[in-house]
Design a protein around this ligand. Structure first.
Ligand code: ADP
Ligand code: MG
Length: 247
């Protein structure tokens, strides 16, 4: 991939927690605009840490991370600029329980983005329609099912019109019957051409939309390939071992 097309670039990135826990090791990664990446690997391998570095929820100590042409370092303006372009969806939804669904979506556009209330609400309703939950706008998060809450979280991230969406195991806290409704929304997003990085072990999702699967183990990217190759013909011993446990 030509370097200039990369919307995210990691160059020899190393990160430690505290002084001696080396959590990311020499990460090199280029993500093309519009590319859809699935990240998998054993628990504790550094998947969440890697994607959290992209919007600086975690900081790295060595190497370069560039997002949409902006380098992430101790420069709050640069960090804010990157965060405007990056939406994130977490395993535990992270909705504000005391705000309605609609208020969850309009909060940041109004108070951070200085958008007038009427416009913020119109845009919020559009996103709620997109995730097929517009009729729940005036409810509170805890009145909804887990699958509905996660779709609200996706709609909330989309209200900020991000160029990049990060998902950290978005379906792992859901009951099995709700996983599909969330994955269907994510597949639609993927087909819209937004750049997407998703930590998940949902193989069906990976096969349906991923351009590339990245396998991490012990802080390293150990293998990367198309979903077909990765799942049918893993090359690395650690990927083989991992797949034998999840399949
Ligand atoms: P994964 O998402 O692949 O399960 P994580 O990125 O969450 O892995 O964590 C990688 C390793 O870093 C784990 O061993 C975890 O316990 C450790 N870790 C994660 N966050 C912190 C933190 N804030 N402080 C110290 N250690 C952490
Ligand atoms: Mg994780």
């Amino acid at each position: 991939m030509p370097e200039q097309q990369a919307i995210i670039r990691f160059d020899k990135v190393n990160k430690w927690y505290g002084n001696d826990f080396h959590v990311l090791r020499d990460i090199d990664l280029s993500v093309a605009k519009g590319e859809r990446i699935v990240i998998c690997g054993p628990s504790g391998s550094g998947k969440s840490t890697l994607i959290r570095c992209i919007n600086r929820l975690e900081e790295h100590q060595q190497g370069v991370i560039e997002v949409d042409g902006v380098e992430l370092k101790d420069d709050i303006k640069a960090i804010d600029q990157v965060r405007k372009n990056v939406g994130m969806v977490f395993q535990q939804f992270n909705l504000f329980p005391h705000l309605t669904v609609l208020e969850n979506l309009t909060l940041s556009p109004m108070w951070v983005g200085k958008m007038p209330k009427k416009e913020a609400e119109e845009r919020a309703m559009q996103q709620l329609k997109r995730v097929r939950i517009a009729e729940q706008a005036s409810k509170f998060p805890l009145q909804l099912s887990g699958g509905q809450q996660q779709r609200v979280a996706i709609a909330r991230a989309l209200c900020l019109t991000p160029k990049i969406m990060l998902f950290d195991e978005p379906t792992s806290a859901l009951d099995p019957e709700m996983i599909k409704e969330v994955l269907d929304v994510m597949i639609e997003l993927a087909n819209m051409g937004i750049t997407m990085l998703c930590v998940t072990h949902e193989m069906g999702f990976a096969k349906a939309v991923a351009d590339r699967v990245i396998f991490m183990d012990q802080g390293q990217i150990v293998e990367q390939n198309t979903p077909e190759e990765f799942f049918n013909n893993p090359q690395n011993e650690r990927s083989k071992d991992f797949l034998s446990k999840i399949l």
